[in-house]
Design a protein around this ligand. Sequence first.
Ligand code: NDP
Length: 789
Amino acid sequence: MTDIADILDRMEYGPAPEGPGIAQDWLARHADGFGHFIAGRFADPGGLFDVTNPATGDVLARVTQGTTEDVDAAVRAARAAQPGWAKLPGHERARHLYALARHIQQHARLLAVLETLDNGKPIRESRDIDLPLVVRHFYHHAGWAAVLEDEFPAHTPHGVCGQIIPWNFPLLMLAWKVAPALAAGNTVVLKPAEYTPLTALAFAQIAQECGLPKGVLNIVTGDGATGAGLVAHPGVDKIAFTGSTAVGREIRRTTAGSGKALTLELGGKSPFIVFADADLDAAVEGVVDGVWFNQGEVCCAGTRILVAEAVAERFEARLRARLEHLRTGDPLDKCTDVGAIVHPVQLDRIRTLVGQGLTEGAELVQGTAPAEGCFYPPTLVTGVHPASVLAQEEIFGPVVTLTPFRTPDDAVALANNTRYGLAASVWSESVNLALECATRVRAGVVWINGANLFDAGAPFGGMRESGFGREGGRTGLTAYLRSPAPTDKRKPVAAPPAPDPLPDAGAGYGNGVDRTAKLYIGGRQVRPDGGYSYPVAGVKARAGLAGLGNRKDIRSAVEAAHKASAWAAQTGHARAQVLYYMAENLSARAPEFAARLQGMGQSAARARAEVDHAVRRIFWYAAQADKLDGGVHSTTAKHLTLTLREPLGVVGIACPVASPLLGLISLVLPAVAMGNRVVAVPSQTAPLAATDLYQVFDTSDLPGGVINIVTGAREELTRTLAEHDDVDAMWYVGTADGARMVEAASAGNLKQTWTEAEGARDWTGTHGRGRDFLLRATQIKTVWLPYGE
Ligand code: NDP
C-alpha cells in the first residue's frame, strides 16, 4: 500500500484538473470572432487571427487585427469621453473602480481559467496570484480616485493614455495600467498582446456590465503593428508600455519630441544572490518562485543565481533535487508547477538561446516536460561565463544560470554586470549584509529572502535598460498625472548659432586681457581637446573667450563623473555641508559675479538679482540635500516594504542661454544635492559666469568630478551626451528640435530625459526650484524586507 511519506517523496499523486467549461461556454458565445471594444461596445469583427491554447495547440478564439482606422476610432472615443470622466468627482470615479474590482472577483473563476487556457500558466498561479493581485489593484486605485483631489492638488490627468501590454501576465498588466490611469481621470486605449488578448476582452465585457461610461476604456486587439499605430497616434497624450527592451527603445524614438508622456517597463536579467549564511532550503524555494514561476516568462525573474562559493555545492545539490520534483504539464491541473510556454515562437526562442549557450560550454540540468504541446523543462545551467549569452540575454523561459562568487563585493559586481536593472533577490540571514547588498545592486526592486512579491501599494519598475517610471502606489499614480507646469509662457527661444572660433581682427577685449576660460573636468581646469576657443560677446566689445569643447571633452567629463561615484555614497548631511560652503563662497564673491553678468550684457540690477537668486538657490538645495525621504509602504504582505530614493548616476545637463548663472545653478544643484554627478553644458552665449564658478567649486571642498563643465556649441555637445551610454539621464532646456534630438538619442541606453522649452520657466520665480527637481534627480528602489517567522 502507498503511504503518504512515499507519495510526498515521489510526488506522484493523481491529476486534479480545473474544468475549462466555464471559459469554453464564454468562448462559444463569441465563436464568430471578437471585434474591438470601442466607445462602450464591441465592434463587428474585422480581419481575424487565431488565438490558440499553447498547451494543446487548439484554437480558442478568433480576434480582430487592429488597423490604423481602428486605432483612430478608439482614440477618438477615448478623447470624447475624457473631459467628462475627468470632471466626475473623485468619489464617482472611485465607485466605478470599486465596481470593476467587485465584478472581477465575481468572475474570478472565468478569468483565471481563461488566462490559463490563453497563456499556458498553471491554474494555481492564475487563480491564486494573478487574480487576487488584479482585484487588489482595482481596490487600491479606487481609493486613489476617491482621495485624488486632496492628495494631488492642482494636478491634472494627461488625457488619453495608449497602453501596450505583453503576454506574460495579460490581465495583471491590464490592471496595472488601466486602474491608475482611470483613477487619475485619464481615458484609455489598450492593446493587449497578440498571443493573449482574451482576458482583456472579457474585462471589457465586465466593464460594460458595470456601466463604465462609454469611451473611458477602449481595447484594440492586434499585433505589434497595431501597437506601433497607437504609439504614433497624435491624439494620444501618454504611452505606458510593458514589454521587451528592443520595442521600448523603438517607442522612445517614435515618441521623441511629440510631448507624449512615457513610461517603459522593460526586460530584465535579474540576479538572485545567495550568501553563505542564507537559509538554503528557503533560497531553493525562492528559485522556484523566482524563476520557474510562470514558466520563467517574468520580466523580473531572478535568472542569474549567484551563490557563495562556500555553499555552492550544497545549494546546487538541493536545487537539482527540487528540479527533479517539479511537475511540468497540463496548466489546468492544480498540481502543475510549470505550465506551457505561451507560443511556439517563444519556445523556439528559448531553444535557440539555450542552444547558443551549449556551444559556449554551458551544462544543463533539466527536469521533465511533455513531448507534445508547447512545453520546455525547467532548466538549471552551470558552467556559464558572465559574458555568455545565457548570462546576458533575457530568455523568458524556465532557464536559470548558476555562478559561484567569492566575496560580497564579487557578488555585487557580478549582479551589476548587466545592462538591465529591474529586480534582484538577496538571500542572507544577516540583515546588515542583505541591506548593504540591496543598496549596492542597481535594480528598481530588491527582495530580501524572497522573490517576485508584488502589491498595488508598492512601486515596481526598473533602472537602466529596464526602463523608467514606476507602477504601483503613489509614485505609480504620479505617472498618470501632470504636475502643475511653470506658468511663464514666453516666446520659444531659438538655438544660438554655432560658435565661431575663427579669428576676427575687428574685435577687441573690454578689459584688454586675452584670457580664455578653460573647461572644468575632474576638478581641474583643462584646455579643450581641440585647442580652440570661441569669443563671448560683451556689451561693447568681447567679454572674453571660452573653450570650444568637443566630443572627446564630453567623453573625458563623463569618465571623470563616473570616477566620482563616492559622492553618491555620502550622506545627505555631508553633501549639504559642501553645498552650504559653495553658497557662502559665491556670496562672498557676489559683486564679482554680478560684474561678470553685466559684462555679458545684463543690466546692473538684473545681474545683482541673478547672483542673489543663485546664492539663495544653492542654500535651498543644501537644505534639501537630506530631506527627500523614501517611505515605508502599506502592502498586504508581512514585509517592511521600503522605498529608497537613489541618485540617477551621471546626469548630462544642457543649460538655457538666458540666466547664465541662475539657469545652471537651478539645474545642477538639485542633481548634485541628490548624489548625482553632472556634466553641464552652460549657456553657450554667456558661459563665463559658469566658468568663474570653477574657483568657487575648488574652494568649497567639492570633490573633483562631481560637477564637470564643458563650454561650446550646446546642441552638438548635448547630442554627444545624449548618445553616451555611460550617461544615465539627460536634462535639456532649449528648442523643440533639440528636445526631439535629446529624446531620440537617449533611446540607446534608455536614459531618463527631461526636456523643456527655453523661456517656459522663469528661473527667478517659484518655478525655478522645487521638490519636482529633486524627484526628477532621483529614482526609486523598492526593498522588500520580511519579518516574522
Ligand atoms: P514585445 O516587446 O514585442 O511585446 C510587448 C507588446 O508590445 C505586445 O503587445 C506587442 O504586440 C507590442 N509591440 C510589438 N512591437 C511593437 C511596436 N513596434 N510598437 C508598439 N507595440 C509593439 O515582446 P514579445 O511579445 O515579442 O516578446 C519578445 C521578447 O521580449 C520575449 O522573449 C522576452 O524576452 C521579452 N518580453 C519582455 C517582457 C517584459 O515584461 N519585460 C514582456 C514580454 C516579452 P504583439 O505581441 O501583440 O505583437
